[in-house]
Ligand binder design. Structure first.
Ligand code: SF4
Length: 702
């Protein structure tokens, strides 16, 4: 669809003799709206969509380099069937028809012998996975369609859901005067250009930025104050700040009495446990005076935000750390006002496929996360999946579909994950590259990238927003969008009538039925945006009590403390392994999407381990040397960076390399080291999240 609504866009299209297509970037999950200029079937330029409210006029380096996806010779092009042993990489090309038939036959056989729950589908959070949920969930009857959140922001998500009944808060940084980021590297990890810029703009206007992080990250480097917390100490520090705010009556009494459930009990809980700054200081490594001062500053400077993403998670106490961090917002009445965490409205996007009730199969067993004993987990505790496959605990899993996920490399204990895939009756990978997980599967199906397919999804902006990704170029070989793959399987299963669409616009129209914009208009604009609304807490929260639940009945019913508690990490350094591992991402990379990108790999071609100066002296590590990082489980060889900005006794692995494959990825192969092999499968008992940072190591020169 040619775009003619913007003079610059028109002029660029003219100069480049290209067609402009409005779309969005899916190099990272923040989906910045974009304009793609295409000539003769090739992308010749791309930039941000200047009319979208969450455009910042450009894209980050990852986004700019991502067009390489459309010309990468290492992309998967044809459906393939394994011919050699699992992991051997021996595959033969087959037709789509044969692939669909193999899958349908296997699905039928597994259902007959083991029941539908023996099939698990895991994916990223792509909106198009809804098609797979209809197929494997509604029609086939498996309760086990999951995403990858246990390896991502599961603790934060769970905290947000139980407190606010909201799955994904945004942050109105633009209007903030005080921001505390807990383990959230806005400017270095994949955290969205729109919010990152709003934060920097706010800072220019005088907003104080405090970063609580064991690592002197890119964001900490821009902060007014870096709080070098001990790994896993966030819950203790946040609870102590809560206590200061409660004891000194700095909370918003009117807000908590009207809109929060459980304030009085929380005050008693803090007292009973003695969660004072003096108690927290030795745990989190921050002195009591600083904790007290930060609590006072936060409570008295309005508007303010206490925000988190992944970093405070990845520990045994991650879910309660998440709750304590958000309770700071609630106690001070700083929820959903201008300059606060923002409980965004969702756009009225409809489901593209509706399965009639009489065609649905009702699952007979609980979904795995409940059967595994994680009733509150918002997603599958992935680390526990090997027990289901290898031991039939809590019930047998015989087939796994992985779509845009790579559990062999994403989850702790790579070898256990490989053993799991080798123990399966049937594994299918739907991917753009041959991942390590795909190597362990029976079938590998090539999926289109975001440049070659349509997606309609909720935008990550303050207001309700619909964003559209349109196919800009032809896919490589025979790669197909997920809808076509699901439709092909459904036809072989006898369910073709439920997936009737011939082109993406057909299901796109259905999605847009309740959005006050037509699909044709959306193709021109690339987005629809509604009004940003504030201060909706008095309208009632989507929680069981209708209030912000400082006291969580759901936690209590599940056998946990209804108020957040501090629990020590399950793995602590000792004489043999004296260092604690932590992680930070690289701004130039986002997992599989960027690892085989020659432009990004030229900028950052391998990762490294950061070793604090004092530890480097102690263990004889020099800057730039190759070192061995060794845990009780495994070891990796990686380049060392000796840094001052890191909590002593901690090493920080810059995460996102060493996937090595991708797999046949000629650029990625052999570059960097992957730290997940060092970890055991520790899982948060509440949320089921992977505790990636609960790992002790030692470091020596290679
Ligand atoms: S922030 Fe993410 S979505 Fe936006 S341009 Fe960069 S990689 Fe793309």
């Amino acid at each position: 669809m040619s775009v003619e609504t913007n003079e610059l866009t028109k002029e660029l299209a003219r100069i480049k003799n290209a067609t402009a297509i409005r779309s969005f970037c899916y190099t990272c999950p923040w989906n910045c709206p974009t304009e793609i200029f295409v000539r003769d079937g090739k992308i010749v330029y791309h930039k941000g969509n200047p009319e979208s409210p969450n455009d910042i006029g450009s894209r980050c380096a990852k986004g700019m380099a991502s067009f390489h996806l459309t010309q990468d010779p290492d992309r998967l092009k044809y459906p393939m069937k394994r011919t050699g042993p699992k992991g051997s990489g021996e595959f033969e090309r087959i037709s789509w028809d044969e692939a669909f038939k193999i899958i349908a036959d296997k699905l039928k056989a597994i259902k007959k012998k083991h029941g539908p729950e023996a099939v698990v589908w895991t994916c990223h959070h792509d909106p198009n996975t809804v098609f797979a949920r209809h197929l494997i969930g509604d029609l086939y009857g498996s309760p086990n369609c999951y995403a990858h959140t246990s390896g991502c922001e599961q603790d934060r998500r769970m905290a947000c859901l139980t407190l606010f009944g909201h799955v994904f808060p945004m942050h109105d940084f633009a209007h903030s005067k005080y921001v505390i980021l807990w383990g959230m590297n806005m400017l270095g990890a994949n955290q969205g250009l729109f919010e990152s810029r709003a934060l920097l703009e706010a800072k220019k206007k005088g907003c104080k930025l405090v970063v609580v992080d064991p690592v002197f990250t890119e964001t900490a480097q821009k902060a007014d104050e870096w709080i070098p917390i001990q790994p896993g100490g966030d819950a203790a520090m946040a609870l102590a700040m809560c206590k200061v705010i409660v004891d000194e009556k700095l909370y918003d009494a009117d807000f908590v009495s009207k809109y929060c459930d459980g304030f009085d009990g929380f005050r008693d809980h803090l007292e009973k446990h003695g969660y004072t700054p003096e108690w927290a200081a030795p745990i989190c490594g921050i002195d009591a005076e600083t904790i007290t001062r930060l609590a006072r500053e936060f409570a008295t400077t309005k508007p303010a935000i206490s925000a988190q993403f992944k970093g405070a998670g990845y520990y045994t106490n991650g879910a309660d750390a998440g709750r304590a961090i958000y309770i700071l917002d609630a106690l001070t009445g700083q929820v959903d006002g201008p300059g606060n965490i923002h409980l965004k409205d969702w756009a009225p996007l409809g489901a593209p496929v509706v399965i009639p009730d009489d065609a649905k199969t009702t699952p007979k067993k609980d979904p795995l996360h409940i059967a595994m004993g994680y009733p509150l987990a918002p997603d599958l505790p992935n680390s526990r999946l090997p027990e289901a496959v290898l031991d039939g605990d809590p019930y047998p899993v015989k087939a796994i579909f992985v779509q845009s996920t790579n559990p062999v490399m994403s989850d702790p204990d790579k070898n256990k994950m490989i053993e799991m895939f080798r123990g399966l009756e049937f594994g299918v990978a739907i991917e753009i590259y041959m991942s390590e997980t795909a190597l362990e599967c029976d079938l590998v199906l090539p999926e289109t990238s975001f440049y070659e397919q349509a997606e309609i999804r909720q935008g990550l902006w303050l207001g309700p927003q619909v964003i559209l990704c349109q196919p800009a170029v032809e896919p490589p070989g025979e790669a197909k969008p997920l809808y076509d793959i699901v439709q092909g399987i459904a036809k072989k299963m006898g369910w073709g009538k439920y997936f009737p669409y011939k082109k993406w616009e057909d299901w796109g129209e259905v999605c847009m039925q309740d959005v006050p914009m037509s699909l044709d208009e959306l193709k021109k604009t690339g987005f629809w945006a509604g009004e940003v609304r504030y201060n909706r807490v008095p309208d009632g929260m989507p929680t069981p009590s209708g209030k912000i639940e400082i006291h969580s009945q759901a936690f209590k019913d599940a056998g946990f403390d209804p108020y957040p508690v501090y629990v020590e990490r399950s793995v602590l350094p000792d004489d043999d392994y004296p260092l604690q591992i932590t992680h930070s991402k690289l701004s130039m990379h986002c997992n599989i999407v960027t690892q085989n990108n020659p432009y990004l790999m030229e900028i950052v071609g391998e990762n490294w381990v950061e070793v604090q100066t004092a530890d480097a002296r102690k263990y004889g590590i020099t800057d730039g040397a190759n070192v061995v990082v060794e845990s009780p489980k495994d070891k990796i060889t990686i380049k060392a960076k000796v840094v001052e900005g890191l909590v002593p006794g901690t090493v920080c692995i810059r995460h996102g390399h060493g996937f090595g494959h991708w797999a046949m990825g000629s650029v990625a192969k052999g570059k960097g080291a992957h730290s997940n092999v060092l970890m055991d499968r520790h899982t948060s008992p509440i949320s089921g999240a992977n505790c990636y940072n609960e790992c002790k190591v030692r470091v020596r020169l290679a």
